[in-house]
Ligand binder design. Sequence first.
Ligand code: ZN
Length: 426
Amino acid sequence: MYGLARRLYPICRSISGNGVRETLAVLHELIPLEIHEVASGTPVFDWTVPKEWNIRDAYIKNSRGERVVDFQRSSLHVVNYSVPVRAKLRLPELRPHLHSLPEQPGWIPYRTSYYSESWGFCLAHKDLLTLSDDEYEVCIDSSLQPGSLSYGEYFIPGSTNEEVLIYTHTCHPSLANDNLSGIAVVTQLARLLAARGSRYSYRFVFGPGTIGSITWLSRNQERLQRIRHGLVVVLVGDPGPLTYKRSRYGDAEIDRVVQQVLRAGGRAHRIVDFSPYGYDERQFCSPGINLPLGRLTRTPNGEYPEYHTSADNLDLISPGTLAESFEACTQILNVLENNVRLRSTQPNCEPQLGKRGLYAKTGGGKEVGQREYALLWVLNLADGRHRLLDMLERSGLEPEPMYQASRALLEAGLLEIVPENEEKRI
Ligand code: ZN
């Protein structure tokens, strides 16, 4: 995952254009995603797919011909979606087009001008202060023309046509946590699910923020009723604790499942309520769509100092944090996949576990292991009414041993899965 982020880091992505296509082409080497192109001008709900932006070069040269700001050194130097410009300007005329962070003088800010045609440069404040009152040659060799918006979609059919939707955004240029960490973790999740098979069908969407999810939703309205659970996965590589933002429902199955997974192992984590601010959950949880979809991040957007600056680089993310986020995602999916109603086939008193090799051979010890506890809780609650999630909530045990216990008991024939359409039996 870290290697994938490193490979994608130099590419100048935006909400449309060749940087996104190049990114999707790299992902296509790993997962057979389908790449969709939606023409500029296409109406999508209250929005319109914008013109396509591409950039080849950009710089500010001083009167000695030296590039004092150079897009080739960092894709953050140009305000993303800048219209083309070629001009000679004195510093006072140029100054309104320059953006810096006085409070973080060594970092380049990330700025965009998606929905108003303008241009600008971003640079470290300490470099801005060195600019003398010279005449500067300004060049942004970009194009903003009718084209298309690109997104990638990978569908993995399961044994039912009920779907889990996972969305991550692909529109940020050379920033590592926002959005390469999400792309890397979601790609790896897709590879895992494709390899092992599943009850749910899974749909992975890699699209630009806001306009991407709006475009996808407007083109897939008839499919939405099949979506049972969803997650937006972004900002999952920084060292902060995992943070889950609940769906608009607040108590959807996905909300309850993530809560159980994040509390496991006593790890530090945060769970926050839905708010209509943030990433693509704003669209998926808008009132007319209202999917049971939450958002998994580590530190949320805007809450870490490196956010939307050049300091969100490959040093901010690590293989370890990506792995922990990936592990949390797989546990969430494990619980969702196995959150079925279970019924004991031997409900009269406890079944004899020892003779089936399921219980510790030596009795009398003081410690009952998590494994044994989990077997007893699952058996006790397997009355045909409780699902795995109910069992987790009631027992307070951790997802992994409970999940393993239910698998072992199913294999031993001591449990059966109650079909969804069967009447509840007391
Ligand atoms: Zn962002």
